[in-house]
Write a protein that binds this ligand. Structure first.
Ligand code: PEP
Length: 252
């Protein structure tokens, strides 16, 4: 099955830098039957990066969205606005937003619903803290975040959701999760999905990707694990040589 690699550019690139990086990615050979590559620039760069990616195999996504379509919500961006800009995916509930902006599972759930309604594929981020892992609570945390983030959702037809398992202690730290531990976590997420949606929808309409200090050197070890459908990449996706190398390595 097609693997998924998404680059989360966070708030780290200028709009010009984002366009230049997008341009360099379009020069890489991408076998779309094998891998789906996508980038998640800042809102300000979405239009220009979308223009740069036009006609390429690289998908465009945003790093967040609001849960309403329109209205008096100063500063927010709706999923329909993102769709109009050419986005096909949207990241929801990244740990940095949970931590710094107080996003709750309920807010995240509303965003996932709104994204689906706007015909965007949500990339729902979940993952435990270092403390939860040390105290043996990690499996409860990830099952709970999965279930709450997807509460009440019904998938229609080919609608799909990507769940990104991102242990917080591995994000941006260089301390990548051991591939076998990631595989165990993904199996737990899949169990939670089966319980909530039944085996057929869980297996056909959901993909589970890993995020946390992934780079060109370790990407192969994740993609080789059963149940790991790809990677969400932060730091290593924000520079041309490292992201290009990673995309090449992912297709080996
Ligand atoms: C992320 O921000 O989603 C992420 C996985 O970052 P990094 O790859 O830098 O750990």
């Amino acid at each position: 099955m097609q693997k998924i690699i998404f680059g989360n550019w966070k708030m780290n690139l200028s709009d010009e830098g984002a366009v230049a990086l997008a341009k360099s990615i379009t020069t890489v050979r991408i076998d779309a039957s094998f891998v789906r590559i996508g980038v998640l620039p800042s809102f300000t760069a979405l239009a220009a990066v979308g223009e740069t990616l036009r006609g390429s195999a690289v998908a465009l996504g945003a790093q967040d969205c609001f849960w309403e379509t329109a209205g008096a919500y100063t500063g927010e961006i709706s999923p329909t606005q993102l769709k109009k800009l050419g986005c096909t995916h949207v990241l929801i509930g990244h740990s940095e937003r949970r931590q710094y902006l107080g996003e709750t599972d309920d807010m995240i759930n509303r965003k996932v619903r709104a994204a689906l309604a706007a015909d965007l594929t949500p990339v729902l981020c979940i993952g435990e803290t270092d403390d939860a892992r040390r105290r043996g609570l990690w499996s409860n945390v990830i099952a709970d975040q999965t279930t709450k983030g997807l509460s009440g959702i019904e998938l229609i037809g080919t609608q799909s959701i990507i769940v990104a398992y991102e242990p917080i202690w591995a994000v941006g730290t260089g301390r990548a999760c051991a591939p076998e531990d990631a595989r165990e976590a993904h199996a737990l997420v899949m169990n939670a999905l089966i319980e909530q949606f039944g085996p057929s929808v869980a297996k056909n309409n959901f993909r589970i990707i890993y995020g946390g200090s992934v780079d060109a050197k370790n990407i192969g070890s994740y993609l080789g694990e059963e149940g790991i459908d790809g990677a969400l990449v932060g730091g290593a996706s924000q520079h041309s040589p490292s992201f290009v190398e990673l995309i090449v390595a992912a297709q080996k």
